[in-house]
Design a protein around this ligand. Structure first.
Ligand code: ZN
Length: 264
């Protein structure tokens, strides 16, 4: 990914996501108004942080990102597989709907999701002009949410998986993400022997590589262009929130994407 620093905030962009067609950023935790465990750019409204700081952080993020705060569309991320389309922003007084994937073909919208170890999947179809974000923790991953997202784009927008861009964003890596035997059992049930590659054993402990598992799901669904951020949240607490490493008391960083207006 490519790193940018602006007005005290730091964000990253996928190298293969065309900057002339898509506004996109993975914001680090730097540059916000939150303090303590939530320092500083926490976007999570239900994690115990001061609500006023969270609102200020949202506004600051959109200022730095260069798109209107009112353009945002977000959902309540629940570790399921519900994927939703929207062609209008979420009004301030409207509750979040539960979902773990959001898509739009409207350049007036900015999609935003929140993360702290779970895998952000970023989608762009340059042909049909569609963007999407997916939240893939182990529960979404074992249910193949990446593959379901590709199927959704194919059915809803006529996307050809071969022309899609997919990015696997900053999240907990396979060396840091220790899981229980029951998690491996679920993956073996879902993916068969292919899932054995997602796991490693070290010193009697079991580790799951969510990056590998998600790349597998995306490629199986026909996506050719998959970019790995290779950035581990648990190893870089100076830049990222890590639910696992910080034992649950932490904030959420934001991934944002929106289509630029077509100039043709
Ligand atoms: Zn790691």
């Amino acid at each position: 990914m490519i790193r940018f620093d602006m007005d005290g905030c730091r964000y990253y962009r996928f190298e293969n996501l065309p900057a002339d067609q898509v506004d996109h950023a993975v914001f680090t935790r730097l540059g916000g108004a939150s303090v303590g465990a939530y320092s500083a750019l926490n976007l999570g409204g239900t994690v115990g942080d001061n609500p006023e700081a969270v609102v200020e952080n949202h506004q600051r993020l959109f200022e730095v990102f260069g798109r209107p705060y009112e353009s945002r569309f977000d959902v309540w991320q629940v570790h399921g597989t519900t994927l939703v389309y929207s062609d209008r922003p979420r009004p301030r007084d409207q509750k979040h709907q539960p979902a773990d994937g959001i898509f739009t073909d409207n350049p007036e919208l900015t999609l935003i999701m929140r993360f702290a170890d779970c895998v952000p999947l970023v989608f762009y179809d340059p042909v049909k002009r569609v963007v999407g974000l997916v939240h893939a923790g182990w529960q979404g991953t074992v249910q193949n949410i990446g593959g379901l997202a590709v199927d959704y784009m194919r059915q809803r927008f006529g996307s050809d998986p071969a022309s899609l861009f997919a990015g696997i964003g900053p999240s907990i890596c396979g060396s840091c993400y220790q899981v229980g035997e029951e998690v491996r059992a679920r993956f073996l049930q879902a993916f068969g022997a292919d899932a054995l590659d997602f796991f490693a054993e070290r010193d009697g402990a079991l580790y799951l590589d969510l990056w590998l598992a998600n790349a597998f799901c995306l490629r199986k669904a026909g996506v050719v262009q998959v970019e790995q951020s290779g950035l581990c949240t648990a190893e870089h607490l100076d830049e990222w929130y890590s639910y696992r490493k910080e034992k649950g008391i932490t904030g959420r960083f934001a991934v944002v994407i929106g289509l630029k207006h077509d100039e043709h």
